[in-house]
Write a protein of this length. Structure first.
Length: 276
């Protein structure tokens, strides 16, 4: 049924009222050049409503009042590039984070763990490797990357001319998920403040994300790992290099192309760090 001009005006006014109450921050004004008091050019007044319309309008107004504006976005975290050298107090803070992780109960994973795995390596490392979560061997030993995938990672680190005690190795999630499944979003959110603080205190010059989970956290994107690997991203002024997780290479042990791509990624990291 074709609406009259009065009905169209009423609908439009209702939409504007809704957006204004929802925090859109504008009001409807008369068109330029038209006088609000000029009856020949103004929109005709709304006709008298039928018995069924007031209830619907009241319901619409109640719904609009119930919708609250979104809170303002959190300010971006400050850049970590160019900060002064780490202090003794900050090194002690890293030790305190380790203690907090070991007794953490922020998500249900603590009920299933043998040991939490905070991370290990140099507390002033230039290079930080971040994986997904501990596996069975890591859960048993309380150390990151000690299974088959970890052994391969340590070979890669050695090939880069680094000693293990010169880099820092950790995961987004500090406790093993059951059956080595991918961590749930709420588990990442509960654990990530530990990792963020570790990065703030270690202040690496480069971060390498191992696999999709940490890459999605630091360098979000819709592409798969094959498209994203090898291209530096940025986290608070720190270059981030996504690459395949060592466990993916272990599962595809005969695929030399995957190993070649990971080594290409590490060569870019080495070049950025100035070589060893």
């Amino acid at each position: 049924m074709k609406k009259s001009a009065a009905d169209i005006w009423e609908d439009l006014k209702g939409q504007v009222d809704f957006l204004t109450e929802a925090g859109a921050g504008f009001v409807l004004k008369p068109a330029k050049g038209r006088s609000a008091g000029d009856p020949s050019r103004s929109v005709p007044p709304a006709p008298r409503q039928t018995a069924s319309r007031p209830a619907a309008a009241a319901s619409s107004r109640v719904q609009a009042r119930d919708i609250k504006p979104l809170p303002p976005a959190a300010p971006p975290l400050p850049s970590l590039a160019g900060l002064p050298a780490q202090t003794a107090a900050e090194r002690r803070s890293l030790e305190e984070i380790d203690k907090q992780v070991l007794v953490c109960r922020l998500c249900p994973l603590h009920k299933l763990r043998t040991q939490a795995v905070p991370g290990e390596g140099s507390r002033s490392a230039e290079l930080m490797f971040i994986g997904e979560a501990p596996g069975r061997d890591e859960d048993a030993q309380g150390r990151p990357f000690v299974g088959r995938a970890g052994q391969l990672l340590r070979k890669i680190i050695a090939a880069m001319k680094f000693r293990e005690d010169e880099v820092y190795i950790t995961n987004i999630v500090k406790c093993r998920p059951p059956d080595n499944r991918v961590p749930h979003r709420e588990e990442e959110e509960a654990c990530s403040p530990y990792l963020v603080r570790q990065i703030e205190l270690v202040r690496p010059r480069v971060i390498v994300t191992l696999g999709k989970t940490p890459t999605d956290y630091f360098v979000p994107g819709r592409e798969g790992m094959t498209a994203r690997r090898g291209n530096f991203g940025d986290y608070r002024g720190i270059p981030v290099m996504p690459t395949f997780h060592p466990s993916y290479l272990v599962r595809n042990e005969g695929n030399r192309e995957l190993k070649r791509m990971v080594w290409e990624d590490m060569q870019k990291v080495m070049a950025l760090l100035g070589g060893k």
